[in-house]
Ligand binder design. Structure first.
Ligand code: NI
Length: 175
């Protein structure tokens, strides 16, 4: 399955709200998910949403054992999540650096709820229902935002913390 090109910040299609998947077990969806994994892995991401490759369906994939991009991040199980729903479990927030394959080269400090519950189905149509916190909670919130046309810079409150990844060293103390 091929790596696909990724829409970049500024492309108006990234602002679109994606449609629910009617049949999670279709061959078309299986092919889409294979392309999402290939595209994510080729670019070293930890998650990607279908609209980022121009398919406006509510599908995200994420997870990794270890990420060169986020070397201190704990492992997240590799997950295909279709028609996701997210509920905030803990209104306390955390602020951390995020990047996005659609915003290449940049990182930003984003504040998000610390813990969430997410649910949806996998490619077999079986239910997924998890309670997570920390980096895992951040990744799923970031990916699901794409399904509603939201990119992380819109979640930022301090744009002085939108920087090139190569300059993050000046802000290392912010963790
Ligand atoms: Ni992203």
């Amino acid at each position: 399955m091929p790596e696909r090109s990724v829409l970049r910040f500024g492309d108006p299609r990234l602002l679109q709200v994606s449609e629910p998947v009617s049949n999670p077990r279709s061959p078309e969806l299986l092919a889409l998910v294979a392309d999402l994994w290939d595209t994510m892995e080729a670019r070293g991401g930890v998650g990607i949403a279908a609209p980022q490759i121009g398919v406006f369906l509510r599908v995200v994939v994420f997870g990794m054992e270890h990420s060169a991009r986020y070397p201190d991040a704990p492992a997240i199980p590799r997950t295909v999540l279709i028609n996701p729903d997210i509920q905030v479990l803990d209104p306390d927030t955390e602020t951390a650096w995020e990047g996005c394959l659609s915003v290449p080269g940049l990182r930003g400090r984003v504040t998000r709820p610390r813990a969430v519950r997410y649910s949806g189905v996998d490619l077999r149509g079986e239910a997924i229902d998890r309670e997570v916190d920390g980096f895992h909670a951040r990744v799923i919130q970031h990916e699901c935002d794409h399904l509603d046309g939201v990119l992380y810079p819109r979640r930022m409150t301090d744009l002085s913390r939108l920087v090139f990844a190569s300059e993050m060293k000046h802000m290392a103390k912010e963790g």
